[in-house]
Ligand binder design. Sequence first.
Ligand code: NAP
Length: 245
Amino acid sequence: MSRPVLLIAGGSRGIGAACARFAGQRGYDVAIVYKSNANAAASVVDAVKAAGGKSVAIAADMANEADIVRAFDEAAKALGPVTHFVHCAGVVGDASRLDAASTETIREVLDVNTFGGLLCLRECVRRMSTKSGGKGGAVVMLSSMAATIGGGGECVWYAAAKAGVDAMVVGAAREVAKEGVRINAVSPGVIDTDIQPPGRVERLTPLLPAGRAGQASEVAEAILFLLSDAASYINGANLRVSGAR
Ligand code: NAP
């Protein structure tokens, strides 16, 4: 049987990199997309290969339609048709109230998280749906607890962008539930990765219900579960990985 092929948008660092490492250990071939951090991407590729998987890194801007389509094409050319997809490419923008945020920040955050996320999801359905001649597949989109909490004082635009992710997951999952494709969301709380501004994790830690931030590996475990056949009847769901935040 051919090995599953996982494409991770935003696989060079943080949660996406943790997913790639686990996936390599668990029998996937893994293509990772990064924007600019080629060294980090190369070390993730090395880790997947060391675990026995095939792997390739692809530089692409996942807010750009041509780059998104090219990333899916290059992954399929290198490893075979993409059977699994994780959307981890995300940016937050500098923290501020909404009235102090620049239009450029709001635009970029919506472009990467929501517009790019939608185009990636469309690409997955076009390629995976049995109705379009695909063999089915599983998709996990990264949302955030911010979509529920609202991001007040820090990132209202990011919260709104992730609320869009929540909606697209529910709607798209219903569209393709009879076509072999499962689409789920994971909503992390405060996870200690590079996306956090300096000092934020330390400042928030005493306020977190668990008394600590989460680790990228703890989110990756949830994602790998949702990708797996063990989650065969889980579709259109949104799994909070937030330590009760
Ligand atoms: P991270 O450590 O900052 O990693 C972000 C990844 O996305 C990197 O691989 C980066 O590539 C890639 N990326 C960013 N913009 C891109 C673009 N335009 N095109 C292609 N790749 C791009 O972030 P993370 O914490 O792992 O976050 C992963 C996802 O979880 C995001 O959607 C984030 O919003 C969500 N999330 C995170 C938290 C948290 O507390 N960490 C909480 C809730 C939700 P380069 O390495 O090349 O820059």
